[in-house]
Ligand binder design. Structure first.
Ligand code: ADP
Ligand code: ADP
Length: 227
């Protein structure tokens, strides 16, 4: 049984008497530990699909199942999110930013701090634990936000155009970095992008959405060579 199963998911927004179909008929299976890309043009409903998975809003129709009997899923607790902007709090050090989700969830402080240190090492920022966000480049800030998404050990990582604001070269390096982080952390990752190249490079499965009203147009699997 897949870790994430979406079947015929729809989302309708209401504006007064008007109805707007933002997402129509999205069907997708994601196995535990898989990295799946969702690609499509701006406005096609990719962020909406992620917010439904994060249970920030409900779907209007269809079914959404997350978790398996062996690996149950707790909404809120088991989601880590990465956005286009790193959104680090500028008055907090990098390690204190990384610890934020653990703090909000009330996890034991000492263990969280240790975990934050390990994660900073994994994303190559050990030396910057006590620096402030402004001292880091865009790529480094985004790596810190990936560590923050992992600190409470969530089962599902949702990434919404995480490298969209970076220059082309940094973006390419971050793609390689993400593959390494994915292999080391063995998390289930959903990666949303409007870049088809990036989607195909990263995902073992690529779901393609089309613009207005958005639907899942195609899905294909990619045979990856063993690392
Ligand atoms: P993408 O992430 O692919 O760019 P979004 O999921 O952000 O697309 O948006 C899909 C469509 O739904 C867009 O046309 C957007 O304007 C509309 N939309 C998104 N959020 C809302 C909302 N809260 N209320 C009304 N319309 C929305
Ligand atoms: P970019 O995001 O600009 O591509 P990287 O995140 O790849 O940069 O960082 C490359 C390296 O440059 C880092 O590992 C770090 O050692 C160094 N570096 C970048 N910015 C700074 C900074 N503000 N202070 C010290 N070293 C930095």
């Amino acid at each position: 049984r897949p870790f994430v199963r979406l079947v015929g998911v729809t989302k309708t927004y209401h504006a007064g008497a008007q109805e707007f179909l933002a997402v129509r008929d999205v069907t997708l299976d994601v196995e535990e530990g898989e990295l799946v890309s969702i690609v499509g043009p701006s406005g096609c409903g990719k962020s909406t699909v992620l917010s439904i998975l994060a249970e920030l809003q409900a779907a209007s129709g269809g079914t959404v199942e997350i978790g398996t009997p062996d690996s149950p899923f707790t909404p809120g607790r088991d989601v880590g999110m990465v956005f286009q902007k790193a959104l680090l709090l500028k008055w907090r050090t990098i390690i204190d930013n990384v610890m934020l989700p653990a703090e909000i969830l009330g996890l034991p402080r000492r263990a969280s701090r240790e975990r934050a240190r390990d994660l900073l090492e994994m994303v190559g920022l050990s030396k910057f634990a006590d620096a402030y966000p402004q001292q880091l480049s865009g790529g480094m800030q985004q790596r810190a936000s990936i560590a923050r998404a992992l600190v409470h050990d969530p089962k599902l990582i949702l990434m919404d155009e995480p490298f969209g604001a970076l220059d082309a070269l940094t973006r390419e390096r971050m793609n390689l970095e993400l593959l390494r982080i994915w292999r080391e952390s063995s998390k289930t990752i959903l990666f949303v992008t409007h870049g088809i190249q990036e989607a195909v490079f990263l995902g073992s499965k690529v779901a393609v959405m089309t613009a207005g009203p958005a639907r899942m147009a195609a899905q294909f699997e990619i045979d990856l060579p063993e690392p």
